[in-house]
Design a protein around this ligand. Structure first.
Ligand code: NAD
Length: 377
């Protein structure tokens, strides 16, 4: 078996953490007799530099990168951006445009963010440790519809829109969903719940929004189709509260784009560390896997970045693009073991971590590979 992976190291700590992902992929390939061919391409700030040096059209997503991504079996991205490219000139190409463009061009309409608490890192969470018992949820967010992709308009000089009835501005954003956009996301959530703990919580604001009422109808229809999966509706304001009061009640939490953006960041804080969170964006073609954190320019080049979110992105890729669940489980177990043994990168270390247990990026990657080999096969 052979798979082609389009690897996008990007900027900042991106290349450092991507190296660890590639070493792990080589070890997985060996253990499960699979050939992973990694094809490095440019995205973000490094792509802006390269296209501008070559005198080509300046782009954060050069055409060759998009072509390689389309042809690959999966895309593994690290992170983009940094102060070097924070050009305030209107119209300047920014690294993040590469991210939006690749998601749009690959038609990635669904984003997954698993939130699980690693036993050894319970104390890193801002929540009381007992509230984290049994927390293991999957957030499924619609990614290409709703408010962010509706029409945006600013009307200036409108009579009565200003303070005290004077002339002022009116700003309008529209939220629109088509039935098929809702259905494909909910269907995916129900299928995933069927393989997990069998509960779907669909989050909406149906007491106010028409899009939410459509969302709720489709949820009920889907619920009737999936025997053995329990479906419920929850208002978004209640959900925001429940995530901190009783996060263990959730299995699969599915919602539209804007609510998902906010709730997934809230939920990610349950784990206490940005360096631990991976995400997957799926569509009908090539899927994309990436850490939830940015390019951490403040620590780039120092060899101290935490590679775990990148490594857990590989875990998701194994699960969702290659159906290699046993290998994915071995990667997750390896991360759990290494943390349980007290190994920490600088962002995870606390006063209880002695100097001998503080690891740099490469050493953490090696420890995880060592533990992976014990679990694999
Ligand atoms: P960031 O996530 O890069 O960093 C926030 C803080 O977390 C920093 O102190 C950083 O050192 C630390 N951190 C992040 N990842 C870490 C890791 N793996 N190991 C150890 N520490 C880690 O967010 P930011 O500082 O707001 O943004 C920096 C740049 O990244 C900006 O240019 C931003 O636009 C970009 N960004 C990119 C993405 C992406 O590529 N998906 C996402 C968010 C931000």
């Amino acid at each position: 078996m052979s798979y082609k992976i389009c690897t996008l190291p990007g900027d900042g700590i991106g290349p450092e953490i991507m190296d660890e992902a590639k070493h792990l992929l080589a070890a997985i390939g060996e253990a499960y007799d699979v050939n992973f061919n990694c094809d490095d391409q440019l995205i973000g700030g490094c792509a802006i530099d390269a296209t501008s040096a070559a005198g080509a059209k300046v782009s954060a997503l050069p055409p060759e990168t998009l072509e390689a991504a389309r042809e690959a079996d999966a895309v593994l991205l690290a992170a983009v951006g940094g102060p070097r490219w924070d050009d305030p000139t209107p119209g300047a190409v920014r690294p993040e445009q590469g991210l939006l463009a690749i998601r749009k061009n690959l038609g990635l309409y669904l984003n997954l963010r698993p939130v699980r608490v690693f036993e050894a890192l319970r104390d890193a969470s801002p929540l009381r440790p007992e509230r984290l018992d049994d927390v293991d949820l999957l957030i499924v967010r619609e990614l290409t519809g709703g408010l962010y992709f509706g029409t945006h308009e600013r009307r200036q000089g409108v009579e009565g829109a200003g303070v005290g009835g004077s002339v002022g501005d009116v700003a309008i954003d529209t939220m629109e969903y088509r039935e098929y956009e809702v259905e494909r996301v909910l269907r995916w959530a129900y299928e995933a719940a069927g393989r997990r703990n069998g509960v779907v919580t669909s989050v909406d604001k149906a007491n106010v929004l028409e899009t939410s009422r459509l969302w709720r109808e489709v949820n009920h229809r889907m619920n009737a189709k999936f025997e053995g999966v329990e479906g419920e509706d929850m208002l978004v304001d209640n959900c925001a509260m429940q995530l901190v009061v009783n996060p263990a009640q959730f299995d699969v939490l599915v919602t539209e784009n804007t609510f998902g953006d906010i709730l997934s960041d809230e939920a990610s804080m349950l784990t206490g560390s940005l360096g631990m969170l991976a995400s997957a964006s799926l569509g009908d073609g090539t899927a994309l896997y990436e850490p939830s954190h940015g390019s951490a320019p403040d620590i780039a080049g120092k060899g101290i970045a935490n590679p775990i979110a990148q490594i857990l992105s590989v875990e998701l890729m194994l699960r969702y693009s290659f159906q290699m669940d046993a290998a994915a489980d071995a990667v997750a177990a390896a991360v759990e073991d290494v943390l349980a043994a007290g190994w920490r990168t600088h962002d995870l270390a606390d006063e209880a971590t002695d100097a001998a247990h503080r690891l740099g990026t490469a050493a953490m990657g090696d420890k995880i590979i060592e533990a992976f080999r014990l679990h694999a096969g």
